[in-house]
Design a protein. Structure first.
Length: 267
């Protein structure tokens, strides 16, 4: 088991490993168990991943170790009634009595954000669930950085999950300042842009893409989808050794990322 560094996830107070597991791609409980055996304690999924099969499989994988984990899932519903139904389904499939973090999934437009935060919206369901002890903290996720920054700026969200990598630095001027201002926990997806940053001409070591995002002072942890469990098992121990980058390593990653993006290889 790797000795992965841990950090407090913003104002939640949750103590999380700096590498976590992202859902949607692994289809077996054994695959998730293998990743968990690397020493990570953060697991992220969503109601919509694989039509609910992802939550079901993760529920099987975490049986017997739930208390040691920080468990997050998401709802894409914008109204309170639909969100509540999603929550009840997630709890049943994951086979747990509460979630550590429940996230409003991809609030990528002003319209979606306003619907979710309006009276009778998904946020209302999330706040009620928190009062009932079904949810400990409320998060937001999305792919549109300016719109996600506006959601974080409301101060309503305890955590934010967004894209960030050495080729896509936009969060540094949008999401991150708002997260810091509101002490929101920052979780990063797409550190390798769905593995597209791997294997290009002169590509840096795979673990360096994760070290890059973790080197930013606003970032608490990064999740890695289990497209390749063996890769996860290589990267986890690599991060236990050394996270910070040297200035030369950071510059080299940014040059490489900029080139890959300019060549259209990250779409």
């Amino acid at each position: 088991m790797a000795d992965i560094p841990r950090i407090t996830l913003g104002r939640t107070g949750l103590h999380v490993t700096r590498l976590g597991i992202g859902g949607a791609y692994c289809e077996t409980a054994d695959g998730y168990r293998a990743a968990l055996d690397c020493g990570v304690n953060y697991v992220d999924t969503a109601r919509s991943y694989r039509n609910g099969e992802d939550e079901k499989v993760i529920g099987q994988a975490i049986r017997g170790r739930r208390d040691a984990l920080v468990l997050a899932t998401k709802t894409a519903q914008r109204d309170a009634e639909g969100a509540r139904k999603d929550l009840e389904t997630s709890l049943r499939l994951l086979d747990v009595d509460h979630l550590d973090i429940w996230q409003l999934h991809h609030l990528n437009t002003q319209e979606e954000r306003e619907r979710a935060l309006a009276p009778g919206g998904a946020m209302e369901a999330a706040q009620k669930a928190r009062e009932e002890g079904l949810v400990r903290f409320i998060g937001v996720t999305g792919h549109d950085w300016p719109q996600i920054a506006k959601a974080v700026a409301t101060g309503l969200f305890d955590t934010v999950l967004c894209w960030y990598n050495c080729a896509m630095k936009e969060p540094e001027g949008t999401v991150f300042p708002e997260a810091v201002a509101h002490s929101a926990g920052v979780v990063i997806m797409n550190a390798s842009r769905n593995d597209k940053l791997f294997g290009g001409p002169g590509a840096p070591p795979e673990e360096d893409f994760y070290r890059y995002v973790l080197s930013h002072s606003a970032v608490h942890l990064t999740i890695m989808g289990l497209r390749n469990v063996d890769r996860f098992r290589r990267i986890a121990p690599a991060l236990s050794g050394r996270v910070p980058l040297t200035s030369d390593e950071k510059a080299a990653l940014e040059r490489y990322g900029a080139q890959m993006r300019a060549e259209g290889k990250l779409k």
